[in-house]
Design a protein around this ligand. Sequence first.
Ligand code: HEC
Ligand code: HEC
Length: 260
Amino acid sequence: MTRRSGILQAIRIPLLVTSIAAIIPVVCWAGNAAPPNQETSPGAAGEKLVKANDCSSCHAPDRPVVGPSYNDIAKRYQGQAGIVDKLAAKVKQGGSGSWGAVPMTPHPDLTDLQLKEMVEWILSLSGPAAAQHEAPAKLYTYTLADGTTAKLDFPLFVEGQQPKVTKAVFHGYEMFDSYCYRCHGQDVTGSEMAPDLRNSLKMGMTEGQFLSVAMAGRAEKGMPSWAGFLSEDDIKQLYEYVKGRSLDLVPVGRPPSEMD
Ligand code: HEC
Ligand code: HEC
């Protein structure tokens, strides 16, 4: 084996490492996505900082994610005296109570100047308030082992090709068995370290609640925050995989997928 192919081999083996590396740049690229004509407009520095940090894991301009939309934040606070310092301090310390019970994670590594620039950009927005209702989604019906059916607003399987799972569910499986399994059990089978997420979903945990816990974490109880590391889409795919496991439709182990 040549030295070079030895190196290539060594690169291919740690799949886990490559998938972490694949996720991190996605988060960072967003920071460079601002169109060039906005470079010089006021607030451009703040916008860049917001996009380069973990904010997008929990916020979007025009719809609530884990936290309120930027437009709604601007609408509530625009023009209030001393508000920039107040909100900058809130982002630094994190916490809940202004919009609901879900906490924002703290951001101790951002400087006061950076925080102010970010808040100023958010407050400069004047888009429409977040839409409250989305169009009803298409429903997918699956028959469970006990003969009853489950209706989901996303597909678990490639249409007409069950048991081949969708790309999203397969990616959910890969991420679960890279990042979540060591506490929540291999293939979502539960463990003593953390709740069995199949049960959490059976007890009625919604996709939005799943996203909130996954992004905000529960630091004091040993559940890490995945904001800035996993995207909203990643958590959606994790949820879809866990849902498939909780309904016993997706098997343990590597599920068959359309890539096979
Ligand atoms: C883990 C999810 C999460 C991340 C990451 C996050 N936020 Fe938040 N953010 C929230 C939640 C939840 C709230 C609502 C908190 C509340 O109800 O008091 C919030 C509220 C806010 C508010 C309004 C605060 C208030 O008291 O009304 C601002 C401004 C804000 N976030 C900016 C940011 C910025 C800038 C970043 C990135 C540096 C960021 N957020 C990252 C979840 C998050
Ligand atoms: C270091 C251990 C650890 C890892 C890794 C971990 N979790 Fe957790 N998780 C916990 C613990 C502990 C709790 C229970 C917290 C509590 O008591 O409220 C929890 C709770 C949760 C809950 C809420 C369950 C409920 O019924 O309230 C969700 C959702 C969740 N985790 C998702 C995830 C996802 C998704 C991943 C992988 C991206 C993950 N966790 C990785 C330890 C972990």
